[in-house]
Design a protein around this ligand. Structure first.
Ligand SMILES: Nc1ncnc2c1ncn2[C@@H]1O[C@H](COP(=O)(O)OP(=O)(O)OP(=O)(O)O)[C@@H](O)[C@H]1O
Ligand SMILES: [Mg+2]
Length: 233
């Protein structure tokens, strides 16, 4: 079981609201997430799990409140610094978001290319990752020819390729059989052991029970189960 290593917060969410027009997707969320936490975000469909993750990877901006990520206030990040922030984060999207016109290999390699890694290292790392997620024989395939579960495994490989400090995963095992789900969870646990902070949105209570860590439960946009953070701003 994973125990949380209390320490400095790597993510601080302070009185955050997110509205989509009249819809209140998140209401007054305050939460500190320590470095190297393994956190599950749970709650019913529509509770706000994906919205919370979107605020963290700059997919959406908060309507009110502040999100601090590794000491940076995301509401004050100029557009030209956003790529630098995003490089700290590996995201596994609920709908995968692979690039359909690039091969499986290229979809994973893109992260390492953006980091300026040498092509020999990229070859080795991508091939290792594809082997780990059981997709090495599909390296030259294109995402539209893959099943949902296969695309999800590629999305996981891409998210972890750059050894990011933070992994945000939205239902990362939602389309997987139990065996593939376990491989993915082992991969995420390995990255956690190397010091990363992992945040997973999931309905899968069995996965949470087996993994440990912490749970933050959302209900209709409100945080209903997690220790409240101290005032930070
Ligand atoms: N772009 C949007 N425009 C309008 N409403 C939105 C938008 N995105 C999300 N919402 C609404 O905000 C609420 C929270 O959505 P969110 O996707 O965060 O839920 P979730 O907990 O991830 O659900 P699920 O388990 O189904 O993935 C929902 O009521 C949803 O309809
Ligand atoms: Mg969601």
């Amino acid at each position: 079981m994973i125990e949380s290593n209390a320490g400095d917060a790597i993510i601080r969410i302070f009185h955050v609201h997110k509205h989509y027009g009249a819809k209140k997707a998140l209401i007054d969320i305050t939460l500190d997430i320590p470095k190297n936490e393994f956190l599950f975000v749970t709650g019913q469909s529509g509770a706000g799990k994906s919205t919370l993750l979107k605020l963290l990877y700059l997919g959406e901006a908060a309507s009110e409140g502040h999100v601090l990520l590794d000491g940076m206030n995301l509401s004050r990040i100029p557009n030209n610094r956003m790529p630098m922030v995003r490089r700290k984060i590996g995201v596994i999207f609920q709908d995968y978001k692979l690039i359909p016109t690039k091969t499986v290999f290229e979809n994973v390699a893109i992260v390492l290319e953006a980091m300026g890694r040498k092509s020999r290292l990229i070859q080795k790392k991508v091939n290792n990752l594809l082997r780990t997620v059981g997709m090495e024989d599909r390296a030259q395939s294109y995402p539209p020819s893959l099943s949902g579960g296969e695309q999800q495994r590629i999305a996981v490989a891409r998210a972890v390729a750059g050894d990011p400090k933070i992994i945000l995963a939205d239902e990362p095992t939602g389309s997987l059989d139990p065996e593939s789900a376990e491989i993915i969870m082992d991969l995420l646990k390995g990255i956690h052991r190397r010091g990363a902070t992992i945040i997973i949105a999931t309905h899968d209570h069995e996965m949470i029970r087996k993994t440990g860590g912490k749970i933050c439960k959302l209900d209709q946009g409100r945080l209903v189960d997690f220790k409240k953070a101290d005032m930070i701003l």
